[in-house]
Design a protein around this ligand. Structure first.
Ligand code: GUN
Ligand code: ZN
Length: 439
């Protein structure tokens, strides 16, 4: 049966997009915001049938169609988190360290607890419920070194019908003994997980070397071999986040021109490669990412919290590198993509760069889908795409209600939401046309 949702509806499109569907968004064209103040989103069998003015579309609806009305609310596509660690949920907001000490003091001990599969299952369920509570319907997710951490997050995503990419972490040196795999088990465990999960329903696998510091050259070579055997899986890692990390990389890989070059030399820079952070990179690195079709995940709350640096979105855009936003919890301080956009705005402002609301929405939705090569499936309301969407409530708090009452455009309402909103402003999240029941 057709289901329709009436509210203000906003999404991003690209010039040349086919409103009747038909594949990925056109490359290279500028995104723009399309908005219907009294809009209607029509969904059938989990997919978008149409979006437009309620006055035009309501008369075309069959008599049996069910219309859900959301007066005063705003429907946007489900948010996409391009980089997050589910096992770090419980160490979010841990005090006082920069990256390498933070890993030793907080992240590694938390990840050690995932040797217990039951613990992994409990945290995976809580984590995905938190994503949905925040309006995030798709994410690219780090597990731990334990293969069953990937099973746990995939099972939880499958139960919720979410489109999700995840992987078991590869790490065999420069980290606690209790969290190490080795080049052989990294390869065989990841291969088995690819066979079990990649392409199953809405799930995808990411080969996930933690970062070049914690993988031997043999392990990076094994990851590269796996990547070449499976060109349609993702590669997910960290790049040039922290200055001390970059210095150690230069010592560990003296033959490499740059940090990115270490990954490139092992066949790990390609389409569907996603590099979190990319703060201390140069023009050659950006050029390499661009020509090879790799993406950058901009993680502003993490970069500020861990004192890592400022992401240069303008330079990434100029080099035509695909970019999305990531929360990077537990280094990041919120699972809310709205809060993440809030901090992104400030990080860019410090560098004399702008982030208008339309562009923020693009980074949270269609731009992220392009970064992850998922724009055939999700990211906006083009006909045929999967109906992942969020109902935002500007009236959820006193201050945002006051602010939205004096807004005179959807851009202004959306901008104020990115500055003021969090999970309280997510009235509902829909996954493939079904309202998510958040436990
Ligand atoms: N680099 C390597 N591992 C991590 C991690 O867990 N979090 C962040 N922010 N950076 C990393
Ligand atoms: Zn991270």
């Amino acid at each position: 049966m057709r289901q329709a949702y009436r509210a203000t509806v906003a999404h991003c499109l690209k010039k040349g997009s086919d409103p009747f569907g038909g594949g990925a968004t056109p490359k290279g064209s500028e995104p723009f915001l399309e908005c219907y103040e009294d809009g209607l989103l029509i969904v059938e069998d989990g997919h978008v049938v149409a979006v437009g003015d309620a006055a035009t579309l309501l008369p075309q609806l069959g008599a049996d169609a069910d219309v859900s009305e959301f007066p005063g609310k705003v429907i946007v596509p489900g948010f996409i988190d391009c980089h997050v660690h589910f096992p770090q949920l419980d160490i979010i907001a841990s005090y006082g360290e920069q990256l390498l000490d933070w890993l030793d003091r907080y992240a590694y001990p938390a990840e050690a607890k995932f040797a217990d599969r039951g613990h992994a299952e409990v945290v995976a369920a809580a984590f995905l419920d938190e994503l949905l509570r925040n309006g995030t319907t798709t994410a690219l997710v780090f597990g731990t070194v334990h293969a069953h951490s990937a099973d746990a997050i995939f099972e939880a995503a499958e139960a919720r019908g979410m489109r999700l990419i995840a992987g078991k972490v590869l790490m065999d040196i420069n980290c606690p003994e209790y969290l190490r795999d080795d080049p052989v088990s990294a390869y065989t465990d990841s291969k088995a997980l690819i066979e079990r999960w990649h392409g199953k329903g809405r799930l995808g696998y990411a080969i996930t070397p933690r970062f070049a510091l914690t993988s031997s050259a043999e392990q990076l070579a094994a990851a590269g071999r796996l990547a070449s055997e499976h060109p349609d899986v993702w590669i997910h890692t960290h790049l040039a986040e922290n200055e001390a990390e970059v210095e150690q990389i230069a010592k560990q890989f003296p033959e490499s021109r740059s940090y990115l070059d270490v990954y490139d030399a092992h066949g790990l820079v390609r389409e569907r490669s996603v590099f979190a952070h990319c703060l201390h990179v140069d023009e050659d690195d950006r050029g390499c990412m661009s020509t090879k079709g790799a993406a950058a995940a901009f993680c502003p709350t993490s970069n500020l919290f861990l004192g890592s640096g400022l992401f240069d979105l303008k330079a990434m855009r100029a080099a035509k590198v695909r970019c999305g936003l990531g929360t990077d919890v537990g280094g990041g301080t919120s699972l809310s993509m709205l809060r993440t956009a809030n901090e992104a705005y400030k990080v860019l402002h410090l560098q004399d760069q702008a982030l208008p609301a339309a562009e923020a929405l693009y980074l949270l939705t269609l731009g992220a889908a392009e970064a992850l090569y998922l724009d055939e499936h999700v990211g906006n309301f083009e006909r045929g795409k999967e109906a992942d969407f969020v109902v935002l409530d500007p009236g959820a708090t006193v201050i945002s209600a006051r602010r939205s009452r004096v807004a005179t455009s959807i851009e202004e309402t959306l901008f104020a939401l990115t500055m003021l909103a969090d999970d309280r402003h997510v009235a509902a999240s829909y996954v493939a046309g079904k309202r998510a029941e958040i436990r």
